[in-house]
Design a binder for this molecule. Structure first.
Ligand SMILES: Nc1nc2c(c(=O)[nH]1)N[C@H]1C(S)=C(S)[C@@H](COP(=O)(O)O)O[C@H]1N2
Ligand SMILES: [Mo]
Length: 346
């Protein structure tokens, strides 16, 4: 992708204006929610991000006026290491994944441990949220998700006062997930050491996943207050339809102000815990994947800048946008990190 052919300055200035408008609106909504009654668990904050009825997507944008990523692009390009290292080879491989019946076991430091099947999740409702998704590899999308805020589920299981973090676990099933089968994986590496669209990020830097000691299953974690934040979603659909398997069916986590690797696909287990969970990428390559992973243009990745991103709109070339602190959700979430060193806690 050649950056000089992008009319960057035009797009940027428009976006800066919209950004300020968005931040203003968001802070107005936050202040109107200032006087909620106190509660033992962290209070979910307001939802300034777009919530709408699913339907026609023509002309639909995020709150900055940025257009949606076409569904086809969002399905065709991604990361799902349980299937493949290739970013464009997931869709085909994932179609056979059995996503029903499905259970999510919720336990740990809670008063009411519970197993939810897909029908049980209906009690939490379903709404559409248009979120930006920013991968640590410096590409991004705008996706209309269907789902419900995670806090609704957490309120039902009632975390105890010892619970400080939430640990998420994805499906472990090497029979269905070839990337989890060491023999299959070794064969792939031999047959195609550099599959197309793989082993490099879109900024053109080389990565060697063969050297990464992957510890399956894929695990992620959030601080309890992050998990309780109203922006944190359990998504069951996108673009008005059930989630495609390649995007994390039947249920995946979406945390829009963090790098997308925090958004674990195919959730099977949620545990309330006292200690910070050891997560998949943080374990594999800790210097590149912090626990917090808040989108931050001022903290470069060890191998590339995080100051800008390719916005996937299905165009050639794709536009390049400045990356925003907390992926544009600073007004909603910056207060979670007050007094914290965001460079140290990358
Ligand atoms: N279980 C699981 N979840 C995962 C991943 C993965 O490999 N396995 N990859 C993460 C990364 S790095 C990204 S960028 C996003 C991609 O989501 P998308 O394919 O829906 O765009 O999923 C995240 N969730
Ligand atoms: Mo990612």
């Amino acid at each position: 992708m050649k950056e000089q052919v992008t009319p960057e300055h035009i797009y940027l200035s428009r976006r800066e204006v919209l950004k300020r408008a968005g931040v203003l609106l968001a802070s107005m909504m936050v202040s109107s929610a200032c006087c909620a009654p106190e509660s033992p668990t962290p209070e979910p904050s307001s939802t300034p991000a777009l919530t709408r009825q699913p339907g026609d997507y023509t002309g639909v944008t995020d709150e900055f006026g940025d257009p949606l990523t076409p569904l086809e692009k969002a399905r065709r390009f991604g990361n799902y290491y349980e299937f493949t290292r290739s970013k464009e080879g997931i869709t085909e491989l994932a179609q056979h994944l059995v996503t029903s019946p499905w259970q999510i076991e919720v336990g740990g430091l809670v008063r009411n441990p519970k197993v939810f099947d897909l029908d049980d999740l209906r009690q939490f409702g379903e709404e559409e949220r248009i979120y930006r998704l920013r991968c640590i590899e410096a590409w991004s999308m705008v996706i209309p998700w269907l789902g419900f805020p995670l806090h609704r589920l957490l309120e039902v299981v009632e975390p105890t006062s010892e619970a400080k973090f939430v640990r998420f676990e994805a499906l472990y099933d090497p029979k269905q997930l070839p990337g989890q089968d060491p023999e299959q994986y070794a064969e792939w590496l031999q047959a195609a050491p550099e599959p197309e669209g793989c082993a490099c990020n879109v900024m053109g830097e080389d990565v060697d996943p063969a050297n990464s000691p992957y510890a399956w299953p894929y695990v992620e974690g959030l601080r309890l207050d992050e998990a309780m934040h109203d922006l944190t979603l359990l998504a069951t659909g996108m673009y008005g339809k059930p989630l495609p398997p390649e995007n994390g069916a039947p249920v995946r986590l979406v945390v829009p102000w963090k790098y997308a690797f925090k958004g674990l696909k195919a959730v099977v287990k949620i545990d309330l815990v006292a200690e910070r969970p050891l997560s998949f990428w943080n374990t594999a390559i800790p210097e590149e994947h912090g626990f917090y992973a808040n989108v931050n243009p001022d903290v470069p990745h060890p191998r590339w800048s995080q100051g800008r991103e390719f916005r996937f709109l299905g165009q050639d070339p794709e536009p390049i946008l400045p990356t925003l602190p907390f992926n544009g959700y600073a007004a909603e979430v910056a207060s979670l990190y007050e007094g914290m060193d965001l460079v140290e806690n990358y």
